[in-house]
Design a protein around this ligand. Structure first.
Ligand SMILES: [Zn+2]
Length: 290
């Protein structure tokens, strides 16, 4: 599919007066970035944006993004430590960036890799992509990581919903069990928890530090690529959970213009105050604590 032209008929309100916070950005070391790009291209998904970290940061800055959270992932054991060092080095030269570490539970030195990530490397938490990394969110080898995270306030961004991968590694049931065991974990469930958004949203009332992000779940343009159904999330649900919804974009791995990930909120009947929470305030609270 072709990369789309910029969104027409909508003027982005973002800039110094309304800085945007994006909690879902992908940066990878060069070799891994190329491999991921090739995989997506083979699956009919032509990335519209360069993966080079400095180009990504420049594009986001130009789009009025004042803070963003980024991550890579270890799709096999033995690579997390090196990736985390790369994430830390990359984050260090971008003042607006918050880098999250990766882990692989098959690593025999899992505890040491996790401790290095949030200790010496100064990373704020972890991103897991359960389908790609092929482990369960409730893998007991992760209990010590969750336990330390709950005490220290580490962040998690978890792609644990079934969109677009319905497999044994995704779904709300195992995640619900993790939250029951670690109720104060600071988690952002990616993609609005789609295709089980209602079930994931229902957990927000019970857990004060649980969030969802809008990444590729709210834009009608994402549907051909991931099967998203934004209509499954009505305005009433957005208003009800307005303090726990974070803007995320999947940039730069989106096959259309960045603003396609943002304009949906202006095409719905939402108060400006709700938009400001989703695109700024909630993201700052998630990233900075509180
Ligand atoms: Zn993503």
């Amino acid at each position: 599919m072709e990369a789309a032209a910029p969104a027409a008929g909508w003027r982005s309100p973002f800039g110094p007066g309304f800085p945007c916070v994006d909690v879902h950005v992908h940066l990878h070391p060069d070799g891994l970035a190329r491999a991921i790009e090739r995989w997506f291209a083979r699956n009919g998904w032509i990335n519209a944006h360069p993966f080079d970290p400095d180009a990504v940061a420049d594009s986001l800055r130009a789009r009025g993004v004042a803070r963003f959270c980024f991550f890579s992932y270890a799709h096999r054991p033995g690579m997390a430590r090196e990736l985390n060092r790369w994430v830390a080095k990359t984050a260090a030269r971008m003042p607006e960036a918050v880098g999250l570490a990766t882990l692989h539970p098959d690593d025999p030195d899992l505890a040491a890799v996790a401790a290095e990530a949030t200790g010496d490397l100064g990373l704020r938490g972890f991103k897991f992509h359960h389908s790609v990394q092929r482990f369960h969110v409730d893998d007991p080898r992760l209990w010590p990581v969750y336990e330390r995270a709950e005490a220290a306030g580490h962040l998690f961004v978890l792609h644990v919903g079934t969109m677009p991968y319905r497999d044994e590694f995704t779904g709300v049931d195992r995640f619900r069990g993790v939250m029951a065991r670690f109720p104060r974990l600071r988690v952002c469930v990616a993609h609005m928890g789609a295709f089980q958004s209602a079930e994931f949203l229902a957990l927000l009332d019970r857990h004060p530090h649980l969030y969802v992000d809008t990444t590729m779940a709210m834009s009608p343009r994402a549907r051909p690529y991931v099967g998203a159904d934004p209509q499954a999330i009505p305005d009433a649900a957005i208003v009800r959970h307005q303090d726990r919804i974070l803007f995320g974009s999947d940039f730069p791995l989106i096959p259309y213009d960045y603003d396609e990930e943002r304009r949906w909120a202006w095409e719905r009947t939402l108060d400006e105050s709700v938009r400001r929470k989703i695109f700024r305030d909630n993201g700052l609270r998630f990233l900075d604590g509180g």
